[in-house]
Design a protein around this ligand. Structure first.
Ligand SMILES: NC(=O)c1ccc[n+]([C@@H]2O[C@H](COP(=O)([O-])OP(=O)(O)OC[C@H]3O[C@@H](n4cnc5c(N)ncnc54)[C@H](O)[C@@H]3O)[C@@H](O)[C@H]2O)c1
Length: 330
């Protein structure tokens, strides 16, 4: 993406979407930003509101029509609007199907109006379920909940539309991203944001399990950068893992955040470790994660007050929330 391009970003007011818009705008591209603030905040993009290269569109992706004028003459579509919450989806799967699957089809249909250089889907490492580690893109998928299943179905829809309507596609299977603007507004999905909200409210950090579980944590601007390099260099029709290539235990990351810890019971078969093999995107796109965990946590702590305003998922609320987990899997 060396020359200025016209891109449309769904989910742009959210955590990763807003970091991607920042990057596109800083590189001189034109951006159409769609979001309905289900979980995001237009405040995240306040810095671009008066820029003539930026257009804000407050819209539910389910209401996008195939002839939507915002989808004309585009070079790239970055489709990040979506919802993920494994536990909530066990009780209320319908909303995950409508937003993630039906919503993706709406975006794909409208995107057919443009001669796209690439359609990029924000996929999820959750599609792997309890995979062996480090996990490769060729490893078997095994979604454990309806939320994860809908991310896989939306990814498949993306490749299917790309094949039959002849536009290039990629899916980025994002592992645990973290960093500023990571807010758990509607569901307590992102463990990092739960801890930051607790820390900002001087509450103990809740760990599910004993803290020995490990996750592949990847800083938000590294993910934004991965979208950009994949748009340009990613091979058509390919899935790419987006992670740090390292598994960090929950104890290690909470030690860095600093604060008292409390522990609640975990489900016995919860995947012990997520850990991305990132050699494919390294090789195809020459992408490397740039921000080490210690810096990423520091950058996040620098804007701690930003988390104070969000809903607090304290120990009591989280224990109640996790009851569904045990009801379904007991
Ligand atoms: N953050 C991660 O670690 C992670 C990991 C795997 C996959 N992903 C995927 O990346 C994408 C972005 O995730 P995020 O962490 O930035 O989440 P986020 O909730 O901050 O961003 C998603 C955005 O989509 C918007 N949205 C939801 N439903 C919508 C609808 N019907 N119409 C319009 N907008 C809608 C929300 O308001 C929000 O701003 C999601 O698709 C998510 O599944 C994220």
């Amino acid at each position: 993406m060396n020359n200025p391009t016209k891109s449309l970003v769904t989910g742009s007011a959210g955590f990763l979407g807003s970091h991607l818009v920042d990057l596109l705008m800083k590189e001189g591209h034109e951006v159409i930003a769609i979001d309905n603030e289900t979980n995001g905040r237009w405040d995240n993009l306040q810095q671009w509101m008066n820029n003539p290269r930026f257009k804000k569109v407050h819209q539910d992706i389910l209401e996008i029509q195939p002839d939507d004028e915002n989808f004309r003459h585009l070079d790239y579509v970055f489709h990040l609007a979506g919802i993920e919450s494994p536990i909530t989806s066990l009780k209320s799967p319908e909303i995950f199907y409508s937003t993630n699957v039906h919503g993706t089809v709406k975006v794909l249909q409208a995107a057919r109006q443009s001669q796209l250089k690439k359609f990029l889907f924000a996929g999820s490492s959750a599609v792997y379920g309890d995979a062996s580690t480090p996990t490769l893109e060729t490893d078997a998928v095994g979604p454990l909940t309806p939320s994860c299943l809908t991310k896989l179905q939306a990814e498949e829809a993306t490749f299917h539309w790309g094949n039959i309507f002849e536009f290039p596609t990629n899916s980025l299977r994002i592992f645990n991203s973290y960093g500023p603007r990571d807010h758990a507004k509607i569901y307590p999905n992102s463990v990092f944001s739960i801890w930051m909200q607790q820390k900002a409210n001087a509450q103990p950090l809740t760990i599910v399990g004993d803290g020995s579980h490990a996750r592949d944590f990847i800083y938000c601007t590294d993910v934004a950068n991965a979208f950009l390099v994949t748009a340009k260099e990613g091979k058509d029709g390919e899935v790419y893992n987006i992670g740090s290539g390292r598994a960090t235990t929950l104890n290690e990351i909470t030690d860095r955040i600093k604060g008292k810890k409390t522990f609640i019971k975990n489900k016995e078969d919860e995947p012990n470790k997520t850990w991305a093999d990132i050699s494919k995107i390294q090789f195809d796109c020459n992408w490397q994660p740039r921000i080490p965990l210690e810096s990423g946590v520091e950058f996040s702590l620098d804007v701690l007050e930003d988390w104070a305003s969000g809903p607090l998922w304290d120990q009591k609320k989280l224990s109640h929330y996790f009851e569904t987990w045990f009801e379904v899997y007991s």
